[in-house]
Write a protein that binds this ligand. Structure first.
Ligand code: IDP
Length: 154
């Protein structure tokens, strides 16, 4: 398994408004993942609808697009061993009420429609790369050595 898998993560408007960007980001830093891209952006409906295209037609779709475009989000790309799967484990279940304490949604959320964070789905192969491409240009992503790598990987 390579140590350079990249995954897409986004603090949603509720996380940004509640001042949780730092709390959430520090979890990925402390885990040893490498930050290779980050930006605060305001999503427009076109990008939001494309990002959530798989949910089009579902009863919550319009509300989800309204919510995700209602205020800025903080988009990131994290890199590391098994990054997509490991980040999803740290995020928890889709519904914060079902997410165990210790996960981001389980520690900071209570309601399905305000679950703080998006992360690429490890059960949907290629979703990480598709989402990174949708949100970031190539020249917004960094390529650098993490000086702690030899203390994190055998
Ligand atoms: P995920 O964010 O855990 O990957 P998905 O099933 O891909 O979950 O759903 C995308 C987002 O849509 C969820 O994070 C949540 O914000 C919203 N969502 C999903 N299911 C419902 C629902 O039944 N009611 C309201 N919002 C929902």
């Amino acid at each position: 398994m390579s140590n350079d898998e990249r995954t897409f993560v986004m603090v949603k408007p509720d996380g940004v408004q509640r001042g949780l960007i730092g709390e959430i980001t520090s979890r990925f830093e402390h885990r040893g993942l490498k930050l290779v891209g980050a930006k605060a952006i305001q999503l427009d409906r076109e990008l939001a609808e494309e990002h959530y295209a798989e949910h089009e037609g579902k009863p919550f779709f319009e509300g989800l697009v309204d919510f995700i475009t209602s205020a800025p989000v903080f988009a990131m790309v994290w890199e590391g061993k098994d990054a997509t799967h490991q980040v999803r484990r740290m995020v928890g279940e889709t519904d914060p009420a079902e997410s165990p304490p210790g996960t981001i949604r389980g520690d900071y959320g209570l309601d399905l429609g305000r679950n703080l964070i998006h992360a690429s789905d490890h059960e949907d192969p290629g979703s990480n790369e598709r989402e990174i491409e949708l949100f970031f240009d190539d020249d917004e992503l960094l390529d650098y050595e993490q000086v702690t790598a030899e203390w994190q990987y055998e």
